[in-house]
Design a protein around this ligand. Structure first.
Ligand code: ZN
Ligand code: ZN
Length: 596
């Protein structure tokens, strides 16, 4: 019996409302999703000129018989959706089957398909069947789309530059490969391989195929669940960030979706670990009962609504924060990549041709190098599961023991330990220390304050004055004693105890300023966070300030007590390292010398 059924008319119209085929990437998407539905384990996408000249998708799926092959181009044919309720069921990957008909109506399509016996070739151009004949019996389906939009000049004009078209195809294929690590994907443009995944079901290997080994080594595995959700995936170390959200990939039951709130939560979980306007690389898979989601049924969109969103966001936030709070996050100088490091190790190995247990030392060493490499991967593969019912844990002290040696340009503290050399940005470090103090003080205000010897009067503009007067309670809560003082002026008689001595006046001005630019949708936590960062910056040692070794030691020990000792409140690093390996490499020391 034919697998493809004629769809109900209502459903067909609903779907047809969306413009399915807009760009080269939408053609690729439709064809690839058809291949996945056909249970393909290998999908090869070949393009010429970013798809504008040719889009060819070859799969090793189940293929179609002659009847289905012809029927596939029927506008209302689908083998994927049986009735309207399926549209809401995210378990069904393919939204619609009529895409092939849409594609064939605006291009020249050559379909070759076989279930393992006699194959069928169908050629359709501009929606008209040109030819149907028997062909060879290679199992699977090959579809070639040429002359795309030849009869719809408006669409053709709508196509962006080749670069943009290729970028959006690549972006799509990357994401579909991440959602299907069990399928071997190849993407080729003008003969150049852009992506090749191995179909080994190992998500980390897919990540590596897309981002390379250096990034892959900086990915942390996350796991966790509650009654409704099972979360798994990988998140990048905070030092590995990008300028846009494009590398934050969310899969729901294996399907790539988009959800703004989720992206925001993930980014917020990295707050102060990296600059807020930079975004991590995240591949997060959420498994849940399909009835808990509502997929926007517009076929070109992947927006999704969760019915228990708050709970999901809380869970995701907890998992990421707890993960980050366990890491030692000191970026290396970056002058020596990890790949180079392994190369160095192998080079060293080849210097020693000593025979030992019938094995050349070099071989033994190579094995060690290899096992080191594997170890890292193993680590990532077998992370201990996060206990989900836990709260966000207070982080443990993560800064290694450091011995300060001196100061460069009154700015960078030089430290060392057995693993290498470290540089601490003294302003950033002090800023972090102050920030955490101020944040804590602001979150837990006490009624204590310091009476000012000379009350401070502040003159304001009339609009500032009005806002400030409305927010006296906010200031009094912090510990200020404040009163009106003539026209558009206030007087401050007492201030909180925690202001930095010597910087009181400056900090008071910063606080008043923050209050007068109070936003409409005021959020106290966000206000306090921002204020703490501003005050910390003002109160911290500036560059070009000499401090003593004792002061350096105090700063390092204060930094060590911080929740996040690795970044200033703005997400810049407080500390970087040159490992012994970095140093050896930089000085081109051979294996012999460095080992002794
Ligand atoms: Zn600063
Ligand atoms: Zn900063």
């Amino acid at each position: 019996m034919s697998k493809i059924k004629i769809m109900d008319e209502i459903l067909a119209n609903k779907i047809a409302a969306g413009e399915v085929v807009e760009r080269c990437a939408s053609v690729v998407k439709e064809l690839v999703e058809n291949s996945i539905d056909a249970n393909a384990k290998e999908i090869k996408i070949e393009l010429k000129e970013a798809g504008t000249n040719l889009i060819k998708v070859t799969d090793n799926g189940i293929g179609m018989d002659k009847e289905d092959a012809v029927m596939a181009f029927n506008r209302h044919a689908t083998s994927k959706i049986q009735d309207e309720s399926d549209l809401y069921n995210i378990n069904t990957l393919g939204f619609r089957g009529e895409a092939l008909a849409s594609i064939a109506s605006v291009s020249n399509v050559l379909l070759k398909t076989s279930q393992g016996n006699v194959g069928t070739l169908v050629n359709i151009k501009g929606g008209k069947v040109i030819k149907v004949e028997s062909t060879d019996s290679r199992k699977g389906t090959v579809i070639e789309v040429t002359e795309l939009f030849y009869n719809t000049p408006a669409r053709l004009k709508h196509l962006k530059s080749l670069y943009t078209e290729l970028a959006s195809i690549t972006d799509y294929v990357n994401k579909i490969a991440l959602s299907h690590p069990e399928i071997r994907f190849t993407l080729i443009n003008n003969g150049n391989v852009i992506l090749k995944t191995d179909g080994s079901s190992n998500l980390l290997k897919t990540i590596s195929a897309i981002y390379g080994m250096d990034v892959t080594r900086k990915m942390l595995e996350i796991n966790g669940e509650d009654d409704d959700y099972i979360i798994s995936g990988f998140i990048s170390l905070p030092e590995e960030h990008r300028s846009n959200r494009n590398h934050m990939v969310t899969l729901v039951n294996g399907r790539v979706v988009r959800n703004q709130e989720l992206n925001k939560t993930i980014n917020d979980a990295y707050h102060s670990y990296k600059p807020d306007n930079r975004y991590p690389i995240v591949i997060i898979n959420i498994e849940l009962d399909p009835s808990l989601v509502d997929v926007n049924i517009h076929p070109t969109k992947m927006d999704i609504k969760f019915s228990k969103l708050e709970e999901l966001l809380e869970l995701v936030k907890k998992i990421i924060i707890n993960k980050l709070n366990k890491q030692v996050l000191i970026p290396t100088s970056g002058l020596v990549s990890q790949e180079e490091f392994y190369k160095i190790e192998e080079e060293k190995a080849t210097y020693e041709p000593v025979i030992e247990n019938n094995k050349k030392t070099s071989e033994v060493k190579k094995e060690i190098v290899k096992s080191k490499y594997e170890e890292i991967k193993l680590d990532l593969d077998h992370e201990i599961k996060v206990d989900l019912n836990q709260k966000i844990e207070p982080p443990i002290e993560r800064l290694p023991i450091l011995y300060p040696i001196g100061l460069i340009h009154g700015t960078y503290i030089v430290c060392q330990n057995d693993d290498g050399m470290y540089l601490i940005d003294q302003h950033a470090a002090k800023e972090r220390v102050n920030y955490e103090i101020f944040k804590e003080k602001l979150a837990n205000p006490v009624k204590e304050n310091i009476i000012m010897l000379f009350p401070m009067t502040v003159e304001l503009s009339n609009d500032e004055y009005i806002i400030l007067k409305e927010n006296f309670d906010l200031l009094e809560n912090m510990g200020f004693e404040i009163a009106e003082f003539g026209i558009n002026s206030i007087v401050i008689k007492a201030h909180p105890t925690w202001l930095t001595s010597g910087f009181e006046e400056l900090q008071i001005k910063k606080i008043l300023e923050a209050v007068t630019i109070r936003e409409k949708n005021f959020d106290l936590e966000r206000f306090n966070d921002h204020l703490a960062a501003t005050l910390a910056c003002k109160a911290s040692i500036k560059a070009n300030t000499e401090i003593s070794l004792d002061e350096m030691e105090t700063l390092i020990s204060d930094l060590r007590k911080c929740h996040n000792p690795f970044n200033c409140p703005h997400g810049r690093p407080t500390i970087i390292t040159f490992t012994n390996y970095d140093l050896e490499k930089l000085f081109k020391r051979s294996g012999f010398e460095s080992l002794k």
